[in-house]
Design a protein around this ligand. Structure first.
Ligand code: FEO
Length: 413
């Protein structure tokens, strides 16, 4: 990984992480980049940081060397966000250099002490505050709470129009020698859009309202470049990632795309007998179908699919008078991630008694998911041909409803 110039006086430093679980939970099959930025005026600031997932920042220091930057040249460390993927390098940095000032939000200050024992040389800022680096370079700050933690802020370079929003407008996907949107093909951009949906749905989904407020704040600024803490730097078309994030935020309440996520699990293959006929019926109605089996599919994959989907099919048996447990765990997390207002259908087998449906309805109400269910269909033991015909009819109805909801969705501002 080498250092690249974003624009005059601003440089991107970055490292890729892979073969690990992001936040200890989320698989990242295509990795993730962690970006840091050096901003040069007469004084020098570093915005956020880069470190290995174990908190060791050798990669960052090697990039200082590669650009001829002495660690003692850094005057300001701007901490937009205290989550350790961005701030984990500070503990060793402060042992190597003591004469610098940390700039962070008021809520960031106690976290500096809690995570790294740092209590000195901290300046707290709020929206509207700024720091003058000299040479016409002024960095202005804006609080964007809960994107993704309460202390998060964004930094804006008024000279170049570069916004550093940390987690906002980020994506998964490791990045090689082409970190800028103006260097990429449409195919590359399509890859990163998928990675952005995975990132948004896994990491940011629970905070859609704060994201929408942050977007409003950003749109009041003369932004020419967006340089996030993860993923691509947008200097050709920053509006694209802003518009994409508007869309992702809107998908929480739906409708999303004319797609259906089908989540199923089966104990002895009886519920499973409905899976292929339902997929076929959905596809024949012209909707894209994402299929996930539980407990095998990673939750992160399911979230990425369902975030784009207006419709949901759940295939699960009753298990000890309740829902099939891995399905319960998935739905509980979907509710907490605010996957709301989906058009849904559930089917499944039972033995001596039902019960899954009742628990599903209770969970839907408890988490205020407002999923609108078609009439469920349950069968005792294995499904008959008549049962399969009913599943097919319901799947077709669901697909038609999904298409209608998407067609009638209001346009975003
Ligand atoms: Fe990339 Fe919320 O940290």
């Amino acid at each position: 990984m080498h250092t690249t110039q974003v624009t005059e006086g601003i440089y991107r430093l970055s490292a890729n992480a892979q073969d690990m679980l992001f936040e200890g939970i989320w698989p990242i099959p295509n990795g993730v980049s962690m970006n840091s930025y050096i901003v040069k005026g007469e004084k020098i600031a570093i915005i956020d940081g880069v470190c290995g997932w174990d908190g060791v920042p050798e990669t960052l220091y090697a990039q200082f060397d590669s650009m001829g930057l002495d660690i003692n040249d850094i005057d300001y460390v701007i901490v937009n966000h205290l989550e350790p993927d961005h701030s984990g390098w500070l503990e060793t940095f402060k042992t190597m250099r003591s004469e610098f000032q940390i700039i962070t939000s008021e809520k960031g200050k106690p976290l500096l002490e809690a995570f790294y024992g740092i209590t000195e040389n901290i300046r707290t800022v709020k929206t509207g505050d700024s720091v003058d680096l000299g040479d016409g370079r002024v960095l202005a700050f804006a609080e964007i709470p809960n994107v993704h933690w309460p202390e998060t802020m964004a930094t804006f370079d008024t000279k170049s129009g570069t916004l550093f929003p940390c987690d906002a407008f980020g994506s998964f996907g490791k990045i090689g020698d082409a970190p800028y949107d103006d260097q990429l093909t449409d195919e590359d951009l399509a890859f990163f859009e998928k990675e952005a949906v995975r990132y948004y749905s896994n990491i940011v989904a629970a905070f859609c309202l704060p994201v929408q407020k942050a977007i409003q704040a950003v749109e009041s600024l003369p932004v020419k470049i967006i340089a996030p803490g993860h993923g691509l730097v947008w200097r050709k078309n920053p509006k694209k990632i802003i518009d994409d994030y508007k869309r992702y935020a809107s998908y929480s309440k739906g409708p999303a795309k004319a797609e259906v996520t089908f989540i199923w699990g089966s104990m002895y293959g009886n519920t499973q007998q409905g899976v292929e006929p339902v997929i076929k019926a959905l596809e024949e109605e012209g909707v894209k179908v994402h299929v996930h089996q539980v407990p095998e599919s990673p939750l992160g994959d399911i979230l990425a699919s369902i975030w784009n989907s207006t419709g949901v099919v759940l295939g699960m048996p009753t298990y000890e008078y309740k829902m099939f447990p891995p399905m319960y765990m998935v739905l509980d997390e979907l509710g907490k991630k605010r996957v709301l207002n989906r058009k849904a259908f559930r089917f499944g087998s039972y033995g001596w008694s039902g019960g899954a449906q009742k628990e599903l309805e209770t969970l839907n109400a408890h988490l205020k998911m407002h999923w609108d269910f078609l009439e469920p269909h349950e069968f005792k033991g294995r499904p008959t041909d008549t049962d399969i015909d009913i599943l097919v009819d319901r799947a077709r109805q669901l697909a038609r409803d999904v298409k209608e909801m998407v067609a009638n969705a209001p346009a975003l501002d």
